[in-house]
Design a protein around this ligand. Sequence first.
Ligand code: HH2
Length: 303
Amino acid sequence: MSRESFEKTAPAAASGFILTTRHGVVDMVRRTAIMGVINVTPDSFSDGGRFLDADTAAAHGARLAAEGADILDIGGESTRPGAKSITAAEENRRVLPVIERLRANSSIPISIDTVKSEVARAALEAGADIVNDVSALRADPAMAALVAREGVPVVLMHMQGTPQTMQQNPSYENVVEEVADFLKQQAEKASAVGIAADNVVIDPGIGFGKNLDHNLALLRGLPSLAALGFPLLVGASRKAFIGRILDLGPDERLEGSLAAAVAAALGGANIVRVHDVKQAARALRVADALRFGAPERLETRHA
Ligand code: HH2
């Protein structure tokens, strides 16, 4: 069988996934998709305060889309260790104008990074497509039913503890097995409330109740998570474990973040969540060539 006809008949999961959203598909077939981060917060660990103004945040989102983002992830509440929680009204006040502005000019899939169903509902109404719930449907008992009713994709992320407590003393017997068991269990719960399996994305939650060794073990163990059969999202961008390895602050973690993104892609991630889209897109194109083969038509100006 020729390579071409094999690819046409191969099951999607063998070479990737397609996530269908209200504003088009996220194509993860033979490519790693990029989720670009927009934090509309005063206190996010790497870019807090930079995009609090809705126009600035929307302009940043448009830039990330032009640089190659497949999804824009909008968050109004920081989840950094020890972050203060805010009300749904305040979170809505931050994120909704940004979603509305982006939606007025673009049809890029947008995810709302929230654990609150009230924020998710308003964001979906304003034009968001995907719910990115770092509590994996545990923080708000109304979230699962909302996602099921709306029929939208949801990211289920693993976290030990809460953002207030998670870095106090994270501990596991076997972090990869425990995270895999948790994600499997939450995906089953999602299915039990009527969320389609095709709409589930899983995420090990790098840095969420994990020390340096746990994060490294998870990045090494991604093939076991990919084997669960759901699209796998990994967010390592600018995180503290990179700072620990390099002894550098959040502004100096680009190269470490790119190394982690490439490692994640080669380990089986289907989506990487990054702050620096342009640079990640270049790194991931090379990773994807290693992973899936070089693209057939390279438009080459440089030898
Ligand atoms: N990481 C952060 C926030 N949301 N969502 C998913 N699915 N996976 C992640 O790894 C993840 C996430 C933390 O990063 P950031 O948004 O830059 O910081 P903050 O939470 O301080 O706003």
